[in-house]
Design a protein around this ligand. Structure first.
Ligand code: ADP
Ligand code: MG
Length: 576
């Protein structure tokens, strides 16, 4: 409606324009959707990597530059970037002192950044993460893990960038960034919804004469609708939303009044006059005040108020100079640190010679089963969530098959690692990251058992699957009974282990485990979801199986058939 872009190419098109305009400061990550600073990587400096979906400019790519972020990963509009893109951006930014990730607390981002962190660790690149949780309207005080990140992102990233610029090591950057997040709070108000590129209708609309209190930055409506307030009452609502969470003590603060995308700067100053008065009356002392657009939500009309409660260290870091396309402070020209290297060639190299191996065959069979059931998986996901599970699985499996095929027939661990990475990149969403980790970690487990494909026995495979499930749980944090794919995965793992211990051969052990997974997936119909998008509409899903558990059962059944029919009976891969 109001936007120039189209849904299909928005991310690519605006990124091209952005890098064209600010090529002096930033460059694109090769082959990826991310940007890093021109001077990056900088040897010996912790790399600060931020990111999230697009639609929030200047967050996140516009905050890349000296004294701020080293890199930003760019997802589709309001959608988390994939683990592959996070990985590529972090590799391009790493200067040998490790990577500090910081981003808003949203499940998709947590999973994909988590997956990338795991892959970096496997390559010897340490990373730490600070999730931004500033939005007081999104969860109770004292439960930051339930709060999302909104405009506070900007202040938290600024502190991380300044600390890294100053030469803090990775643990110290992490500690001060976590402290900044713990002392940052935001409360927002919307007057009008936003419209996705190419869409005819806004994501939500605010009634004439109304306002939404406690808005998100992804077109989520607010938590409470009130009748429209004048500037003074609006300012009071914002301040009152924050005051209960500002403890006594140091009164120095940074104040940020953030426009969501369609609010005039002058109007914000009108509101700020009253905010300033109220903060002064509370004895708060704004050392810095920022009024403008920092974390937007496409063309949403509205504002949010953020307060960062300072101490000596935070005050000094916030005042440090920085220079990015979206924000500059400190005046004096910043020292240019010499470039130590440019593109990491290993990121653009293809995956070895072509071939058709066991992984290829098994995944091809799995893909056929997923394609045949795509509509049903979508239907199950639509019962209480967003209906994309069938499409995501098909996209992911096609990419996984392609990657396994080019990995080489003899390298089973390599093919699984490549398949997992490709799956997560193509599928996106929560399940993309989670299946990605299952595939890749199974590969990693087999590789560390360092047997050739002919030496993969049932106990070796069971060990690798155990490790993969542990990694899966670490990443997704689901428990058995939460109504997720873990409810099919865990019984599968247990039966595989038990059969391997009893001396059963691989194909037979797998078949029995898959049969148990199929029953377990059906049984999820009676559970109530506690994780993922579906948790918000939990009751609706009773009587319907979990989509992820269902796709897992389909996958392992198809793989089981491929294992017993693909003519490997004479090879040791069949033996226990
Ligand atoms: P999204 O939720 O991002 O739209 P999908 O629709 O592709 O992703 O996948 C949904 C499935 O992912 C759920 O049915 C559930 O099985 C699984 N899932 C989501 N979050 C988790 C989690 N934290 N741990 C385990 N499984 C999860
Ligand atoms: Mg979904």
């Amino acid at each position: 409606m109001t936007t120039l872009g189209t849904a299909e190419s928005f991310k690519r098109d605006w990124l091209d324009g952005f890098v064209g305009a600010y090529g002096r400061t930033v460059r694109k990550v090769p082959g990826g959707y991310g940007v890093v600073g021109r001077q990056v990587p900088r040897s010996g400096k912790v790399a600060v990597v931020i990111g999230g979906g697009c639609g929030h400019y200047p967050a996140f790519a516009g905050l890349v530059g000296t004294g701020f972020a080293d890199g930003a990963v760019v997802g589709d509009v309001f959608t988390s970037p994939s683990a592959e893109q996070v990985y590529r951006t972090a590799r391009a930014a790493d200067g040998g002192a490790g990577v500090l990730f910081s981003y808003g607390n949203y499940q998709g981002d947590v999973l994909h950044f988590g997956l990338a962190a795991r892959r970096l660790a496997a390559e010897g690149i340490p990373s730490r993460t600070v999730l931004v949780t500033d939005d007081v309207a999104s969860g109770p005080a004292g439960e930051p893990e339930h709060r999302r990140g909104v405009a506070g992102d900007f202040l938290v990233f600024k502190i991380a960038g300044a600390a890294a610029e100053r030469g803090y090591d990775l643990d110290a950057v992490h500690a001060v960034t976590a402290k900044a997040n713990a002392r940052t709070r935001t409360f927002g108000v919307a007057f009008g919804g936003c419209t996705l590129p190419g869409a005819a209708e806004p994501l939500f609309s605010v009634g004439d004469g109304e306002m939404e209190l406690g808005l998100g930055i992804h077109g989520e409506p607010g938590v409470r609708t009130v009748s429209r307030l004048d500037a003074t009452a609006l300012a009071d609502a914002l301040v009152n939303g924050l005051l209960p969470e500002i403890p006594a003590g140091d009164r120095r603060v940074v104040v940020l009044l953030n426009g969501l995308g369609r609010t005039k700067y002058e109007e914000m100053f009108v509101a700020y006059a009253r905010i300033h008065e109220r903060l002064a009356a509370e004895g708060l002392n704004p050392l810095h005040t920022e009024v403008g657009e920092f974390v937007t939500s496409l063309d949403m009309a509205g504002v949010s108020l953020t307060v960062l409660m300072l101490d000596d260290e935070l005050a000094e870091l916030y005042a440090a100079p920085c220079d990015t396309p979206g924000y500059r402070s400190g005046g004096a020209a910043l020292e240019q640190v010499p470039v130590t290297s440019t593109v990491d060639e290993s990121l653009t190299r293809p995956w070895g010679a072509a071939g058709e191996g066991i992984v290829d065959r098994a995944l091809t069979a799995a893909l056929a089963s997923i394609e045949a059931n795509e509509a049903e998986l979508g239907r199950l996901d639509a019962v209480a969530a967003d209906g994309d599970h069938g499409l995501g699985m098909t996209r992911g499996m096609r990419a996984a098959v392609g990657a396994a095929r080019t990995a080489g027939a003899e390298d089973v661990p390599g093919a699984l690692l490549a398949a997992g990475t490709a799956f997560a990149d193509a599928a996106g969403g929560a399940s993309g990251a989670l299946y990605g980790v299952l595939l890749a970690e199974t590969g990693a487990g087999l590789r560390s058992a360092s047997t050739g494909s002919s030496g993969i026995t049932a106990p070796v495979l069971a060990d690798a699957v155990d490790g993969a499930v542990r990694a899966f749980v670490e990443l997704g944090r689901a428990e058995v009974g939460d109504k997720t794919m873990l409810d099919a995965i865990e019984p599968f793992r247990a039966v595989l282990r038990e059969q391997a211990g009893a001396g059963t051969g691989i194909a037979e052990a797998w078949r029995k485990a898959a049969a148990r997974a199929a029953r377990a997936a059906d049984e999820t119909a009676e559970l109530l979801p506690a994780k993922g998008r579906a948790a918000r509409l939990a009751l609706r899903s009773r009587g319907h199986a979990d989509p992820g558990a269902t796709s897992f059962a389909l996958l392992v059944a198809a793989i089981g058939e491929a294992l017993s029919t693909c003519g490997l009976a004479g090879r040791r891969i069949q033996e226990g």
